[in-house]
Write a protein of this length. Structure first.
Length: 166
């Protein structure tokens, strides 16, 4: 049986709880590859089907790796066939809620696993100007799970845990 993920009102209630009491999420809770499942804009309580219809087939995902006591590894990518565009960087948890503050160090273009091109990206100097996700909640059960967060621009995202690679 699939692990149910929150929708609509239930997700907004989880967000209110997180704002008041924090999500309690840790780096270990975030670790994994998360496939984009649903998006809501800042101004609408309804899902954004057009954006999801574009991003889901492109395999939009967020991969987070916990590194021993150091920053988190963050990788945001889309893929068309075996061609993949990746933004690779680091992140850190900040505050009680917490926020996942991140920055990208480079952009890569890969064909299958082969690196075709890469370019370094400037690191924002001021932490206040960096992108972030305000973490709302996450649940896992075996190899299934979901993660909900609101981005710096106000959009709300729900990801599903990707199955382990064969």
């Amino acid at each position: 049986m699939a692990l149910a993920h929150p929708e609509g009102t239930a997700l907004l209630e989880l967000e209110q709880h997180s704002r008041r009491h924090g999500s309690g999420l840790t780096a270990n809770d975030l670790e994994g590859t998360w496939q984009l499942w649903q998006l809501w804009s800042r101004r609408q309580a309804r899902p954004m089907p057009a954006a999801v219809a574009l991003l889901r087939p492109l395999g939009a995902c967020l991969a987070i790796t916990a590194m021993d006591g150091g920053p988190l590894g963050v990788r945001n990518s889309v893929q068309l066939g075996s061609l993949q565009l990746c933004f690779v960087g680091e992140g850190a948890l900040r505050g009680r809620r917490p926020l996942l503050v991140f920055w990208f160090e480079r952009v890569e273009l890969r064909l299958a696993r082969r690196l075709l091109w890469q370019r370094p990206l400037p690191r924002p100097g001021n932490e206040r100007s960096r992108p972030f996700f305000a973490l709302i909640a996450s649940r896992r059960q075996g190899e299934e799970g979901w993660l909900a967060a609101r981005g710096r621009g106000g959009g709300l995202a729900l990801w599903r845990l990707a199955p382990p690679a064969p």
